[in-house]
Design a protein around this ligand. Structure first.
Ligand SMILES: *Cc1c(COP(=O)(O)O)cnc(C)c1O
Length: 334
């Protein structure tokens, strides 16, 4: 019985066609700027998202870190959500490595940051204070899509107050597919965007930071500094290009599977948060302790948490979802 792994959309295996693209990639030394496939990926994504330049990096953590460090100097500050990945799940890298002070604020139920709270958090120009330089948003945020008119309002605020605007777009394409718009409709509002190719898009490794030519030149220097300069990285870049060209529209299947799963679990009596994209959050309370081993016995891999996250991806099909629903039905009556 093959395992169904719902912990994350990072667990996908490269498809046969993706592996072929990786094997066929033309290679060079990317630290010298000579890997043709990496260069093609950077140019392709910068064009698609409406930026002058882009930089291929090993992880989304590094992509966000370089973005924040390229925007902010030591003693600068960025405003960020309390639950945001850059603040909570990246080892505090912006503070540790960039000497950038985070100013976290509580997020709203829809995944946004209240712009009145953001504006109130911007510090005056006063030597007592860190210099507020940047607002960082995340989209999708725990599976929730930020509305386009909200992004326009965030752009207006940051422009008016002289801040830069960064997007952690680890799941940018989930948001774009859900909204039914080209990804550029989302990214047009930002000064920089980090995109993960190793999440739902299904590449094994890789993220890309997009921005102005000056910002990316700065990020390229920083990438070397933090050890992210890779040599014949074209095989990985080929997987990323393949993902962007062939595996974007199928994200709609993941969203449909997640919606079906969420609906079925709600019918079984579970407390399920509304599902927008590829994530289903279930409140398990004290039963969280038992779920992991119960599911493992049935070939289903989940992380034990009171607020359980189930993530659909390209290695989970609709038959798998039925198996998962059956297992949750059994767990309910267990
Ligand atoms: C996964 C993720 C990242 C980056 O993660 P890496 O594992 O470093 O590639 C950044 N932001 C969000 C929202 C993520 O889900």
């Amino acid at each position: 019985m093959p395992l169904i792994d719902l912990r994350s959309d990072t667990v996908t295996q490269p498809t046969a066609a993706m592996r072929e693209a990786m094997m066929a990639a033309e290679l060079g030394d990317d630290v010298y700027g000579e890997d043709p496939t990496v260069n093609r990926l950077e140019t392709w994504l910068a064009n698609e998202l409406g930026f002058a330049a882009a930089l291929f990096v090993p992880s989304g953590t590094m992509s966000n870190l370089l973005g924040l460090m390229a925007h902010c100097e030591r003693g600068d500050e960025y405003i960020v959500g309390q639950q945001a990945h850059t603040y909570k799940y990246e080892g505090g890298g912006a503070a540790v490595l960039g000497s950038i002070q985070p100013q976290p604020i509580d997020g709203e139920a829809d995944g946004s940051l209240d712009l009145a709270k953001v504006e109130a958090a911007i510090k005056q120009d006063d030597f007592h204070f860190a210099r507020t330089r940047l607002l960082a948003l995340e989209n999708t945020m725990q599976g929730k899509v930020l509305p386009l008119d909200y992004l326009a309002a965030a752009r207006e605020l940051t422009r008016r107050r002289g801040l830069s605007l960064h997007l952690d777009g680890a799941r940018l394409y989930n948001a774009a597919v859900k909204l039914g718009v080209p990804a550029r409709e989302i990214t047009q509002h930002f000064d920089s965007v980090s995109v993960c190719l190793s999440k739902g898009l299904g590449a094994p490794v890789g993220s890309v930071l997009c921005g102005s030519a000056a910002l990316i030149a700065k990020a390229r220097r920083l990438r070397k500094m933090v050890g992210g300069g890779m040599r014949q990285a074209g095989g990985l870049a080929a997987a990323c290009l393949y993902a962007l060209q062939h595996q974007v529209q199928r994200l709609a299947d993941d969203h449909a599977n997640a919606a079906h799963l969420g609906g079925a679990l709600a019918e079984l009596g579970y407390s399920v948060e509304p599902v927008q994209t590829n994530m289903v959050y279930v409140q398990l309370g004290e039963r969280a302790e038992q779920i992991k081993s119960f599911m493992a016995e049935r070939g289903i891999v989940v992380s034990a948490a009171p607020r359980l996250r189930l993530v659909t991806h390209l290695d989970v099909d609709s038959a798998d979802i039925e198996r998962v629903i059956e297992a949750f039905a059994a767990f309910r009556s267990h």
